[in-house]
Design a binder for this molecule. Structure first.
Ligand code: IPM
Ligand code: MG
Length: 356
């Protein structure tokens, strides 16, 4: 029996996670051996316990085989001291569980080609995997802070730092994924300016010798941002640093029409993972029942595939999502002009019905 910790979080998190739980319950009825447990993270944990990542949640997360997370954050928490903000719940889980490898697929469902802001011929058939380093780089580097200079002026600073071993670890993760896909890996850096990413480039080139079947290329991050909107289909797998990956994965997500469609996996060295939609807590639409639950439902498919080695139910979920799109079901974020829309629960129910 595998243990799944469910962390709905804030904003639309509870609504979309509820639909993903319906899907898990449906698969349980078919014999999937999982046990679900709920926990608190982010702003809701702060409200209940005064901390975005309570010790209890951390212990639950350590004991679980996988974690399903909704989203964290909201405007009411923005004035809190940084260590108490909802985002720290997420960053703390990533760091404490050593979830260094973040897989962010950007797949365009053919049914949604019209939802993209790019021309259909530019994005049709798009299937990219961004592998983002998740526990290092400027997000975690020390020293960091804001200090007051002798002249009274304030100075903010963060540190972009990577050890060879950290680069090698994410590199091997990305090469392994490229081997299972189109065998092309593009490593994104800023080696023309930043020493740390010059080292990044050297390490990627060195380990490439162990993956002769994968073609490695290098690209500066500014060019990569441009190429993503110019000709995104040139990419198969991209591997990059924590912050570059944060930015590029939002851009890649939008190529597919809606960030509401895209799941993600954050994995440790043993395949334990946290699964979450790429999008945030969307406080502006929270509680209205209109959020798109498909990214969260697709995150369950990634969980089954990557943490539990269960490809068959994962395929079933993905096929069910494709079928509800075929039926023309659209939440507002993926509706083309004038198309009728459905709510969060209707969309979740339709996926469950397709699983039957
Ligand atoms: C993401 C988010 C997070 C990040 C925030 C919420 C801390 O943008 O998962 O991409 O920057 O990593
Ligand atoms: Mg982000």
């Amino acid at each position: 029996m595998k243990k799944i910790l469910v962390l709905p979080g804030d904003g639309i998190g509870p609504e979309i996670v509820a639909e993903a739980v319906k899907v898990l319950d449906r698969l349980k009825a078919d014999g999937l051996a999982v046990a679900l447990e709920q926990g608190l993270v982010g702003g809701s944990a702060y409200d209940a316990n005064g901390h975005p990542l309570p010790e209890d949640t951390l212990n639950q997360a350590r004991a679980a085989d996988a974690i399903l997370l909704g989203a964290v954050g909201g405007p009411q928490y923005e004035a809190l001291d940084r260590p108490l903000r909802p985002e720290q719940g997420l960053l703390g889980l990533r760091a404490e569980l050593k979830l260094f490898s973040n897989l962010r697929p950007a797949i365009l469902y053919p049914q949604l080609a019209d939802a993209s802001t790019l021309k259909p011929e530019v994005v049709s058939g798009l299937d990219i995997m961004i592998v983002r380093e998740l526990t290092g780089g400027i997000y975690f580097g020390q020293p960091r802070g804001v200090r007051t200079l002798d002249n009274g002026e304030q100075e903010g600073f963060n540190t972009l730092v990577y050890r060879e071993s950290e680069i090698e670890r994410i590199g091997r993760s990305a090469f392994g994924i490229a081997q299972q896909r189109g065998k092309c890996l593009c490593s994104v850096d800023k080696a023309n300016v930043l020493e740390v990413t010059e080292l990044w480039r050297q390490v990627m080139s060195r380990i490439a010798e162990d993956y002769p079947d994968v073609e490695l290329s290098h690209m500066y991050v500014d060019n990569a941002a441009m190429q993503l909107v110019r000709a995104p289909k040139q990419f198969d797998v991209m591997v990059t640093t924590n912050m570059f990956g944060d930015i590029l994965s939002d851009a890649a997500a939008m190529l597919t029409g809606s960030i509401g469609m895209l799941p993600s996996a954050s994995l440790d060295a043993n395949g334990k993972g946290m699964y979450e939609p790429i999008h945030g807590s969307a406080p502006d639409i929270a509680g209205q029942g209109v959020a798109n639950p498909l990214a969260t439902i697709l995150s369950v498919a990634m969980m089954l595939r990557y943490s539990f080695g269960q490809a068959e139910p994962a395929d079933r979920i993905e096929a069910a999502v494709s079928k509800v799109l075929d039926q023309g079901l659209r939440t507002p974020d993926i509706a083309a002009g004038g198309q009728a829309t459905v709510g969060t629960a209707q969309m979740g129910d339709a996926v469950v019905a397709e699983l039957d």
